[in-house]
Design a binder for this molecule. Structure first.
Ligand code: GLU
Length: 577
């Protein structure tokens, strides 16, 4: 029966896909005059557009799109995870005041039961990356809904309830399994071992759901209905909260303790946005606990002394210089960045222009640096800490960019961690495995790591939702990406491509990815960058060719209106009116 429905639905969704690709291929719809949204899935984008057409705000559209993503991109993000969101509100030009950019932190927190040895087994050994990314131990208290509720209180125009309707509708009607979802189900080693996930993501015979299969999620529809009616508290207390706690406790794989009070006590936080300048632009980024905003700002500031407009995009020299700046930024990131509520993170010192101008002097156009040591920001006494690179999780997470009819913008990166998060499914959604972003080994050489696990702490992230304005505070660009710690490289590359090399937003996003995390220079497989490998090696780079799966979604603002870009490496779309 499931197979029959699948073939029927393939025909249906082929028509649907055609409609969407026609929209983007038409070329005149990825520019807009009034409002625009770009995200990783056509259904999410369409629901956001529906909200914008009703006069909804950028915040409203992002919430509606995110609820759809919980359903159609269960590998990437959802209400069982967390997010970082920047909100831009233009000031009336006559006031000559700065625009308001606010930074919302909806990052998962460690339950009160968590200790620094979270991922150390009873024999004192690190639980392997493969094992710890699934099961109960990696699950942090989800932050997405509390954060979105706060954002809605501050910036919403349409009723909260209204924003859930498209997702409730689609969960009941069913949506076609996308090629990416199918591939990720097929390649996942853990998913089928978790009973609820097994019955949802596989056919009765155990095969992964085929592309085009019409997947309904009535349980999620009920969950969303409850949250739509009662607000986020329906998630953080009552039956949903009890089911979350019980799924984590009773799983066969790395069971763990989360208390109901861990959920009821969760707070989304408004943080002080990171503001830096890059040539004639203002760059607004997300502060810690993500390392994304600081690292992107450092890379750009260090590159200011090179006139990138004169160095071609497609050149060994541009890859060399940007990789070197990235290497230096990662040295600081790996050492200093962690949850600022637990660790003194010298954000101002790390962004100080004199400090960065000195760090930039390490970059030689002729020779690559070896491994870079973290710097010591001005007036800062460096603690006895150890660096932590963290792990790479390249296939999940999602980014949404929106600009509404009044010129407000949202840049939100949202995640459940690795693909399908903890693989634990509760009431139709996936629980995150974001605690795996903590340092698995809490100290090295007798020095503690800033990013060691602790009760109530938020794990260091790399997510880097970004908003760019000109000197007068007018919106220039909204951008962000998934991609683990490579996010930092993806976002920096796209900003440079758009601002320095003058590429349109779509080409900036599609431009080949590369990043150096203070080790190898990673070049995107299957692109012309592979041909640069030898020349870069001659400059002293250690090279790694690999898939660099970004999911950049962005909007560029021009005098005539908006131009949207969606990453061709994913399944998304940018549309507006
Ligand atoms: N856990 C990751 C982080 O916060 C999510 C981002 C990603 O993997 O794309 O950095």
């Amino acid at each position: 029966m499931k197979n029959l429905l699948a073939s029927y639905f393939t025909i249906f969704c082929t028509t649907l896909t055609f409609t969407f690709s026609e929209v983007s291929a038409a070329g005149n719809r990825n520019t807009a005059k009034k409002y625009m949204i770009s995200a990783a899935n056509p259904y999410a984008v369409k629901s956001g557009l529906e909200i914008l057409r009703e006069g909804g705000s950028a915040a409203d559209a992002a919430i509606a799109a995110q609820m759809i993503l919980t359903l159609v991109e269960p590998q990437s993000s959802g209400i069982g995870g967390g997010a970082f969101l920047l909100h831009y509100q233009p000031q009336k030009l006559s006031t000559h005041k700065d625009p308001t950019v606010q930074a919302y932190d909806g990052r998962e927190t460690a339950p009160t039961s968590v200790r620094p040895n979270l991922f150390i087994d009873k024999d004192g050994k690190k639980i392997s990356w493969h094992r710890r990314k699934a099961g109960g131990k990696g699950v942090g208290v989800p932050g997405l809904l509390k954060m979105l509720e706060l954002v809605h209180i501050n910036h919403g125009k349409l009723p909260w309830k209204r924003l859930f309707l498209p997702a409730i509708r689609l969960a009941n009607q069913g949506f076609p399994v996308s090629s990416r979802l199918h591939t990720l189900i097929k390649s996942d080693k853990h998913l089928k071992n978790f009973p609820k996930s097994r019955s949802y993501f596989y056919l009765e015979g155990g095969q992964p759901l085929p592309v085009g299969y019409k997947l309904k999620n009535k349980i999620l529809s009920n969950t969303l209905h409850l949250i739509a009616e009662k607000g986020a508290k329906a998630f953080y207390s009552g039956p949903i909260a009890r089911d979350i706690v019980s799924a984590i406790k009773n799983t066969h794989h790395l069971p763990a303790e989360m208390a109901i009070t861990d959920l009821t006590n969760y707070r989304a936080k408004l943080r002080k946005v990171i503001r830096s300048t890059y040539r004639q632009w203002q760059i607004y980024g997300m502060p810690p606990p993500t390392s994304g905003g600081v690292a992107v700002a450092q890379i750009l500031t260090m590159l200011e002394r090179f006139d990138l407009t004169r160095i071609p995009a497609r050149s060994v020299q541009s890859v060399h210089l940007i990789s070197e700046a990235s290497k230096i930024a990662f040295a600081d990131r790996n050492f200093y960045l962690a949850d600022p509520d637990f660790i003194n993170v010298p954000v101002d010192g790390l962004l100080d222009r004199t400090y960065l101008s000195n760090r930039s002097k390490l970059i030689s156009p002729l020779k690559a640096l070896g491994k870079v040591r973290p710097g010591i920001p001005i007036s800062y006494v460096a603690p006895n800490q150890s660096a932590d690179l963290g792990d790479n999780r390249p296939v999940s997470t999602t980014h949404i960019s929106v600009v509404d009819g009044e010129g407000n913008a949202v840049s939100m990166t949202s995640s459940i961690g690795t693909a399908f998060g903890s693989r634990l499914m509760v009431r139709g959604f996936m629980l995150n495995d974001e605690l795996t972003d903590f340092a698995a080994i809490p100290s090295a050489n007798g020095n503690q790591k800033a990013n060691r696990a602790y009760a109530g702490k938020r794990p260091r992230s790399s997510m880097a939702p970004t908003i760019i304005t000109n000197k007068q505070g007018r919106l220039v660009m909204v951008i962000g990406s998934p991609g683990g710690s490579s996010i930092i490289g993806y976002v920096a590359k796209t900003i440079i491509a758009a601002l320095d090399w003058g590429m349109n937003i779509q080409d900036s996003i599609a431009h080949p990815n590369f990043v150096n995390k203070n080790h190898k220079t990673e070049l995107e497989k299957g692109t012309y960058l592979e041909n640069f490998a030898l020349k870069l090696q001659r400059l002293g780079h250690k090279i790694k060719i690999k898939t660099k799966n970004s999911g950049l979604h962005g909007i560029r603002v021009h005098i005539r209106g908006y131009e949207g870009g969606a990453d061709p490496r994913r399944e998304g779309l940018a549309i507006g009116d």
